[in-house]
Design a protein around this ligand. Structure first.
Ligand code: ATP
Ligand code: MG
Length: 340
């Protein structure tokens, strides 16, 4: 039985990297999977609070993020869409798994190292939740018995950790029978869309500079202006070389993925075709391609965002389905370890 699970943090409107790297796959999986496939997508609000958020802001982001999942084409009748904190089994399994998880392994996670670089060990600023959030992420996936998890490349390491946690649990408590399913990671071809202002870093919701990302709600003018000011380099011509020319290569990548490859075999072939064009013309093509991808999403979002009934119904329905799915695994886990 195939179970697809993935999540997004409600830390702002999703951007082009979220869409090309993860969300677009969620919709494809929904539309192309066999009807027997279970699809579960979560707005992971408990992850969102690993960095402090103003309560009113978080509440607004949760609503906007839900509306966005509907706007990209997820159907709450087919896919389970829910706010993580409404299903307590996630946090409960996290506690159980954290009694198994190695602090050494967690300390080596790149994301922990990145987000805490510059802080001294033992610093008051280093929060336990930020350190242990891969355990919550493992619980999110394992509590639904996910077999497939579509994410961007930055999450691959966390999923490796989730498999390790499942293996460890099964070894100790599995009793010969597999209790927790080791999930497979699905990485899309647009696995890492880079920032427009700092093309050596990935595009992120939480980066302070709004010009670094294209939001799925940006207008045609905003898209154009952000692409126009995107950092490139002073080398003449267009070529695809993510190491030497990260800015230009990111634009080629974006064009490639927004046009389903634009009829070219790979990004290098597309770049070769663009080589005669001015950077200005290339940027215009990229803006047009992004606008064509995002316009239908933006229009649907505007219709949905003020439809409180639709949003409430979708999330209530999602919570009900996700609760059943999560409680089934949690009951088995509690039985296995002697809590029940
Ligand atoms: P934050 O900065 O708050 O962590 P984020 O932009 O990283 O926000 P997440 O909610 O953490 O977004 O991630 C949601 C999904 O989007 C994950 O599957 C993640 O791997 C994917 N993703 C995030 N950024 C990118 C990117 N730049 N390119 C491709 N995929 C991405
Ligand atoms: Mg992230």
């Amino acid at each position: 039985h195939k179970v697809v699970f993935s999540g997004i943090q409600p830390t702002g409107i999703a951007h082009l990297g979220n869409y090309l790297g993860a969300l677009r796959q969620w919709v494809t999986l929904q539309n192309e999977s066999d009807p027997s496939t279970t699809l579960i997508y979560s707005l992971v609000d408990l992850h969102a609070i690993t960095l402090r958020q103003p309560p009113a802001q978080l509440r607004q982001w949760k609503r906007e993020s839900l509306a966005m999942l509907l706007a990209i084409g997820l159907d709450p009748k087919r896919s389970t869409i829910f706010h993580q904190s409404t299903v307590p089994a996630h946090a409960e399994l996290m506690w159980i798994l954290s009694c198994q998880a190695s602090t050494g392994y967690l300390g080596r996670m790149t994301q922990w190292k990145d987000k805490t670089s510059g802080e001294k060990e033992g610093s008051e600023k280093l929060k336990l939740g930020l350190f242990s959030y891969p355990v919550l992420q493992a619980a999110d996936v394992l509590v639904h018995g996910a077999t497939h998890v579509p994410v961007g490349e930055d999450q691959a390491q966390h999923l490796e950790f989730a498999r390790e946690v499942a293996r460890g649990f099964n070894h100790v408590y599995g009793d010969g029978r597999v209790a927790l399913v080791e999930p497979e990671t699905i990485i899309s071809s647009a696995k890492r869309v880079m920032s427009l202002t700092d093309p050596e870093a990935k595009m992120s919701k939480s980066h302070p500079n709004p010009k670094s990302r294209i939001l799925l709600t940006d207008s045609a003018e905003e898209i154009r202006s952000k692409i126009n000011t995107a950092v490139t380099d002073s080398i003449t011509g267009v070529s695809y070389d993510p190491v030497q020319r990260p800015g230009v290569s990111n634009l080629v990548d974006i064009l490639y993925h927004c046009t389903q490859g634009a009829g070219f075999e790979d990004q290098a072939a597309l770049a070769k075709d663009l080589d005669g064009s001015s950077l200005r013309a290339v940027k215009r093509r990229v803006s047009d391609a992004v606008e064509s991808q995002l316009r239908p999403i933006r229009e649907r979002y505007q219709e949905i965002i003020n439809n409180a009934q639709l949003l409430d119904d979708a999330s209530t329905q999602g919570t009900q389905k996700a609760t059943i799915s999560a409680n089934a695994t949690l009951a088995k886990v509690k039985q296995a370890i002697g809590l029940t």
